[in-house]
Design a protein around this ligand. Structure first.
Ligand SMILES: [Zn+2]
Length: 273
């Protein structure tokens, strides 16, 4: 079921990690951002669009993780985009075949994988998504995954944050593709902070939709988490520990793993992160 979060901006929440698919209404159809996740949810979304008489005219993937690279033939053959780094990374990781990735990543069975990751990279420095609808500014940064992009739908005051600024997931670092993942993440938060004043509605890739007041609060929360990680400290973070969302105690495991990998890195080369 689609829920409107701002004029011409609707979301479809998945049962998988509280993922948010975003629908932006344009002149001749909609832009679909990270549509997913389970087949029955995608069918529901496609059905809702059909009832609205709004075909998908463009797609965008915020980053090259499988749950953000989905598509289905029922959405039609609209061009699908990501940043150049996102598209190149997706292509690279899928080069051994989708089945291999599905197995390694433990993708649930009800996820349609036929069209996984078939996105076109927009040239670096592309400022906006090329489509016939409200302007969508691309805010690319180096955090969480290569070529990760947040999107600012300027006229609607909506920030689609990708896997940043979640109220249920801690910041998850990209520990493979970067020399200083913590500084990169902090730089990305500064970048988002610069547009925070223009945001009335915050849509994270996973978690609850936030209002204007949530933007700074979540940036501050993620920054505090990163500082604790950098100091190999124990963060007091509501997303881990007893205050974590019901059934989400595994997030604490991700935290422990990040801490361990960072400690190993700093031991190895004497630098934090
Ligand atoms: Zn995700």
């Amino acid at each position: 079921m689609l829920r409107q979060v701002a004029e011409g901006v609707l979301i479809h929440e998945s049962e998988f990690l509280q993922s948010n698919a975003v629908v932006v209404q344009g002149r001749a159809g909609v832009l679909l951002i990270d549509p997913g996740v389970h087949d029955y949810e995608i069918a529901c979304l496609a059905n809702d669009l059909q009832e609205l008489g709004q075909p998908a005219v463009a797609g965008f993937s915020t980053h090259p993780h499988w749950d953000h690279l989905l598509w289905h033939s029922s959405f039609g053959g609209a061009p699908r985009y990501g940043t150049a780094r996102c598209a190149a990374t997706a292509r690279d990781r899928l080069s051994d075949g989708v089945a291999q990735v599905a197995k390694a990543a433990g993708i649930p069975e009800q996820v349609p994988l036929d069209l996984l990751g078939l996105i076109t990279g927009l040239p670096a420095e592309t400022a906006r998504i090329p489509w016939d609808g409200p302007q969508v500014r691309i805010i690319e940064h180096q955090a969480h995954a290569p070529g990760h992009a947040a999107l600012l739908i300027e006229e609607r005051g909506v920030l689609v944050a990708g896997d940043m600024l979640s109220d249920v997931l801690i910041p998850m670092l990209d520990l493979n593709d970067t020399a200083d993942p913590i500084e990169d993440y902090l730089a990305a938060l500064r970048l988002l902070e610069r547009v925070a004043g223009d945001v009335d509605v915050l849509v994270p890739g996973h978690g609850s939709i936030g209002g204007a007041d949530q933007v700074h609060a979540r940036i501050d929360q993620d920054r505090a988490y990163m500082h604790a990680l950098r100091d190999l400290d124990v963060p007091s973070d509501p997303r881990i520990g007893p205050s974590a969302k019901d059934g989400w105690d595994w997030v604490a495991g991700v935290h422990a793993q990040q801490l361990q990998r960072l400690a190993r890195r700093s031991e190895r080369d004497g630098t934090p992160g």
